[in-house]
Unconditional design. Sequence first.
Length: 143
Amino acid sequence: MGNCYVVLKDLKLAEEAFKQAVSRSSSVYPALNLADLYSRQGRMPEAEEVLTKAIRRSPSEGDGYYGLALIRFEQGRLEEAAQLCLQAHQHPHRVADVHLLLGKIDLRQGKPLSAVHELRLYVAEAKPNPVRDRVMKLLEDTK
């Protein structure tokens, strides 16, 4: 329901819906949605808190680590973001973007071979979408 309110641009109701979902679910995904909402509003401390609690509650779900890695990346804290991506990858995860993010980090850190490896993992895991198509083309062009 929260995502519907986001589309309607009613962010207060979206926040309330996401908070209710977080309180009723053991999954990290409502927390990811709430953290994303906070992040887009510039409420980084709240986003971090939501994700940290989600990771503590479900430490074996890799996507919580990915959410926190994304925030660290946006803050320019690349080493922390990379470590969180690696933690996400060590656990079951549904968000293939963890590999895309790690590829971006690797490129910024001057590790092109590692970046290519992560981008290949992204392409293998991601559902068809325009970003995946662009990454596939990029990988083909670099051969």
